[in-house]
Each structure stands twice: as C-alpha cells, then as structure tokens.
Design a protein around this ligand. Structure first.
Ligand code: ZN
Length: 434
C-alpha cells in the first residue's frame, strides 16, 4: 500500500510549481487549521492559546502558537521553499527566422542535464496594475509549453564522454515558431486576469511538468521535482500542525532563497525570524532581557534533505555515515560547522526521535569533500540557538526530478510531532530537560 504521507507530499509538490505557490499552499493549510494571519505592517495583539502565522515577500512563511504568557522558549524548525531552476529574464523573447526561444538564467546550482527533453512550463508571480493599486497575482501556466532539446548524438559523438553545459547556449528553452512573438506575455496576462500592458513586474521560473510518482519493485521510492526541500517543508509543517501542545512556543518557518545563499530580505540570513520572535515577546509584554532568556532555552531543527548513498557510486559517501532511503531521519554532521549539529543538539534531537520510535541515521561528507551547506548555520548568525541539521535521504539532489524513500516523509512527520510537543529547557545546573 502506498504510504499516505508520501501521497500527500506528492500532491503538495504537484500544487507548488514555484516557491510562491508552495507558500500559498502552506498559508491555506494554516488558515484551514484555524491560524490567523498577522501582517508585518500592522500591530500585533497576541493572546494565550492563539495560533498565528506571518509571511514575508509571500515566499517565506512562519507559523507559531502561544501556549502561555510565561513560555520558556521557542521550539523551532526551518526548511526552504525554493529549488534550483531557471528564471525568465526581462525581455525574454529570443526570436530568429525559425524559432522563438526564451532568455533565462540559472537560479541556484542545478544538475543541468536533468532539464533536457522533457515538457516544461512557467510559474511564479506577477505584479499588475489594478485601478489605483498594484497587486500580486500567482501564475502557473498549466500546460506543456517549453522544451530544451538535446543535440543529437550524431552531431556530437563525444557527448557521453563528458560535456560542459552553457546556460546561455545549451539550455535555452524553445517556445515555438517565429509567429510566437508576444504569446508568452499574453498567456501570462491571461493567467493573471489582466491586460499584457498592466503586467508591471514578474518573478517567473521554469518548472518540470512531470508529476511525482511512486516507483520501485514494491513502490518503495518516490520521484518528483523539488523533494529538496519541499519534502522537509511538508514534514515539519505536518508535525507542527498535528503535535500535542508544548510549554514552549512552537515555530515552523519556511524560508525562500536557500539555493542562492539566503542573503535576501526574506531568506534565512534576513531578520525575518529574529524580527518575528522579538515581536512575539514584545506583544506578550516581555522585556528585551526576557527575550534573550527565551532564546537561551530555544532550539532549532534545520531540515533540509541529505544525500543517500548512491547505488552506482557508493565511493562518494563516507563509509560509516552514509544514510539510505527509507532508513528514517538523517542527522548531519560537519566539523567545519556547515552543519550546525554538535554534541548537545545531536543528543537532544536523537532522544526526541528515540522516544517517538523514529529511526535515526547519520550523514557526514567524505572527509576530502566540502559538501553543501544549508539553513542552520546561516539562521544561527541571526538567531543564535542550539541547532541540529537534519534531513531525509534522497538521490540526485538538484536534479529537476529527484528520488527519495516513500516511508521517510511519515518518519519526519512523526519525529517533528514529538519534537513540537516537547519543550527543551535548561535547569539551574545547566542540564537540559526535554
Ligand atoms: Zn535544500
């Protein structure tokens, strides 16, 4: 039988062709669960027992509950809403006598080969003129629209010996014939419900049209676009929504722009998290010192997918710290602190998983490889708390179609449900209580 959490995850990803759509779907789930939206430009009046969320740039979103005025700290988890893709440039039409192609640039570090020879389309947001105001509209052209065709083997017999892809030459998507001029902007305007001349600005990205699937002899795997990191976004959100009440303030935050370094107004390197935590405290009548005291009793789970050992290339993995798909939640370690996990955060988080009956695996880079980085250490520069880096094991990270374990989403939901029900506190002698 197909795992229901994995099915729900694939449905969520299918409805999230851009980070704006992912955040809109999270917003809807929160509203459905009785959460109230707080706007950053309005005053906040929080009450005990209240459930709230706030968004920044409509591409990052943060939800929290207020258990009581005297909460000890924040029980937080973070994931990211964005994924590597190609962004449409301004003036995207590249026309010649026979073809009309689209001018794009890479967003993040993708596996370029995975974008060839498959139906693609366009999704994101546009800003439109509406009478006396400028409004945002989400658009997703729900049709097979674009193709990035490979060069035939007959024209480059050496291609299978290794090829350097150039984004401006090899990865330019084909929209149509020479008569296609103006059609993309017409489609975008129609999707937004406005005239083409009323579209004033846009953040539009390519997306892979292939829907997520179950695969494997026993359907033990899933494959889909954007498993990094919507799989973790889904897992921490479901855990947050289904958890028993905690004494601390549970916080679930999904950041944009992880794939391009997080240094934006809404990324993990912004003030979004710090501003929100501070406002929660001040709205509940807490002093700056009490805010600092709360941070010292807070914890962050930085959730971003991990590399499963590759079936064809086991040599790239560390021999002892190599996770596998369907093996449970992965705790990531790095001596240079690209992952934040240390003895304290590892011990506390593993204990939560153990109590929840969720298996834990470990990941470390092979010692001669630098590996990737993620949200945890970046967020720690803004809000410095005990942090553990975790994820779920997957293959082909940053492909336009990635593979993961069908059982793992449920493991993460269960682990996060247990985590959010807890409250990590310090005692007078410095020991930690779960
Ligand atoms: Zn990621």
């Amino acid at each position: 039988m197909r795992n229901p959490a994995a099915e729900n995850l694939l449905e969520f990803i299918g409805k999230s062709p851009s980070c704006y759509h992912a955040v809109e779907n999270i917003r809807r789930a929160l509203l459905e669960a009785g959460y109230r939206e707080l706007r950053e430009w309005e005053p906040w009046q929080l009450r005990e027992g209240g459930r709230y969320f706030t968004a920044r740039n409509d591409s990052s979103i943060l939800a929290f509950r207020v258990p009581a005025r005297d909460f000890p700290g924040f029980q937080m988890a973070a994931a990211h809403s964005d994924a590597p893709t190609f962004k449409l440039k301004e003036n995207p039409e590249l026309a010649d006598a026979h073809y009309l192609r689209l001018n794009t640039e890479p967003y993040g570090g993708m596996l370029m080969a995975s974008w060839f020879d498959r139906p693609l389309s366009v999704a994101g947001r546009v800003m439109v003129r509406e009478e006396d105001r400028i409004a945002q509209k989400l658009v997703a052209l729900d049709r097979d629209l674009l193709m990035i065709p490979s060069v035939a083997i007959h024209m480059n017999r050496e291609v299978n010996d290794g090829f350097k892809y150039l984004a401006n030459v090899d990865l330019v998507p084909l929209l149509g014939g020479p008569e296609s001029g103006g059609k993309l902007s017409a489609m975008i305007a129609e999707a937004a419900g406005v005239r083409a001349e009323d579209v004033l600005g846009s953040d539009l990205f390519l997306y892979n049209r292939q829907p997520g699937v179950f695969l494997g002899a026993s359907e033990e795997f899933i494959a889909s676009p954007k498993l990094d990191d919507l799989e973790c976004a889904y897992g921490i959100l479901r855990g947050f929504l289904t958890a028993q009440e905690s004494r601390s303030v549970p916080v679930c935050v999904i950041f944009d722009n992880e794939e391009v370094g997080s240094l934006t107004k809404q990324g993990a390197d912004s003030t979004f998290l710090a501003d929100t935590l501070r406002r929660i405290c001040s709205s509940l009548g807490r002093t700056e010192e009490e805010y600092r005291m709360a941070l010292a009793q807070s914890f962050l789970v930085s959730a971003d997918n991990a590399h499963a050992q590759h079936p064809n290339h086991p040599e790239y993995a560390d021999s002892r710290n190599c996770p596998y798909m369907n093996g449970g939640v992965v705790v990531k370690y790095n001596a240079n602190q690209h992952y934040t996990t240390d003895a304290v955060s590892s011990a506390l988080f593993r204990e939560v998983c153990l109590k929840a009956g969720v298996p834990v695996q470990t990941f470390a880079n092979r010692s001669d490889m630098r590996g990737g980085s993620t949200l945890g250490n970046i967020s720690n520069a803004q809000v410095s708390v005990n942090t553990v880096d975790i994820g779920l094991a997957q293959l082909a990270m940053h492909s336009s179609f990635e593979t993961a374990g069908a059982l793992d989403p449920e493991y993460l939901v269960r682990a996060m449900g247990a985590y959010y029900a807890g409250s990590i506190r310090r005692r007078e002698d410095g020991e930690y209580l779960l």
